[in-house]
Design a protein around this ligand. Structure first.
Ligand code: SF4
Ligand code: SF4
Length: 333
């Protein structure tokens, strides 16, 4: 445990200011995320240095397709989340309180970084699996040590974080994949228990700070697959974040508390076409659909990266991430 940052005294408890929920937490209780507890008037981050998972993953698995393609990243996660998505694939860690899960021993930040440095071919550390925002103090501490050792830091998040903590994090984080779960407040609140507007603000803040940003949208039949709303979302991304913003369309599979049929290939192809009218780099994941996972240069059409599952072939990029044919800057390498 470690004292949490971003909280203040309130009339009936402690007010956590880490995310837009701004929970008021009375003594002995936790906030919505299950892992930040009021212990006798001090807000404690219960999962500090406690990991639920640690793996070396391809960076494409985050997914990040335009950031060090074909490389590996040490990926770590813990417990807790500030959303309650009905089809969370990681519900066993995202929705579990600390007492309900058997976590491993404590791993201090320097030890994680040392493991990252000793894994051959590893380019950095990804904070992922559950929601890393609710692991904020530990993520930030690891990211600082990692950055000072020239490792890259990657955050895979639902984007539900307050402005100030994100601002502090942006000094150390190199790349983000943010879930944009839908484009209506009603759906977002009903499906995740959190508002949409703060997520849009997070996306703009990351873009303004010029960090690498990719977005994932999980397409769920009958819940967020309205073509008009999806077109509004891709227009917003192009206008507010830029037409080169990478968008991953992800196929939904039943899990946790949602048993709707998986997304049809036809719907994913339809959404790919809609998104591609506005955005240069759109991919379809969680399914093998033609060549919708490959990267082509938006300027000259050259095939740059071939992806077959997690087999990655960098075919047409220079060492600095430009297209070998026309010199267009497409990726960070
Ligand atoms: S981080 Fe957790 S405790 Fe803090 S406001 Fe968000 S959900 Fe509530
Ligand atoms: S934001 Fe991610 S981790 Fe949290 S409940 Fe939703 S899908 Fe699960």
């Amino acid at each position: 445990m470690m004292e949490a940052s971003y909280y203040e005294q309130a009339k009936s408890g402690l007010k956590c200011r880490l995310c837009p929920h701004e929970c008021i937490i009375s003594n002995g209780k936790t906030g919505i995320c299950n892992v930040r507890r009021n212990v006798n008037g001090v807000l404690m981050a219960e999962t500090w240095s406690r990991l639920s998972a640690m793996n070396i993953d391809p960076i494409e698995k985050k997914p990040l397709y335009h950031f060090h393609p074909g490389e590996n990243i040490l990926s770590i996660g813990s417990l807790g989340c500030n959303m309650k998505c009905r089809c969370c694939q990681n519900w066993h860690i995202s929705q579990s309180p600390v007492a309900g899960y058997s976590l491993g021993r404590s791993v201090e930040p320097a030890e994680v970084v040392s493991m990252a440095l000793s894994s051959s071919g590893n380019m950095g550390i990804a904070y992922t699996y559950n929601e890393p925002t609710v692991w904020y103090e530990y993520m930030l501490a690891v990211a600082k040590v990692a950055a000072s050792n020239r490792l890259k830091n990657v955050m895979v998040s639902n984007g539900y974080i307050a402005h100030k903590p994100l601002e502090e994090l942006l000094d150390y984080m190199d790349a983000f994949n943010i879930d944009l779960k839908g484009f209506s407040e009603e759906f977002h609140m009903k499906f995740t228990g959190a508002r949409l507007e703060p997520v849009l603000k997070t996306l703009k803040q990351i873009r303004k700070a010029a960090r690498h940003l990719e977005i994932t949208n999980l397409v769920i039949p009958s819940l967020n697959d309205h073509a008009g709303l999806f077109a509004d979302m891709t227009n917003w991304i192009a206008d507010e974040l830029g037409p080169d913003t990478v968008l991953h369309l992800s196929r939904y599979h039943p899990d946790y508390n949602l048993y709707t049929e998986p997304t049809s290939p036809a719907k994913l192809e339809e959404f790919y076409e809609i998104a591609h009218k506005k955005l240069a780099y759109v991919y379809v994941g969680n399914i093998s659909l033609g060549d919708l996972q490959n990267t082509y240069c938006k300027k000259c059409g050259e095939l740059l990266v071939i992806r077959k599952g997690y087999q990655i072939t960098v075919a047409g990029l220079t060492n600095s991430g430009t297209c070998i044919k026309c010199g267009n800057q497409v990726m960070i390498r």
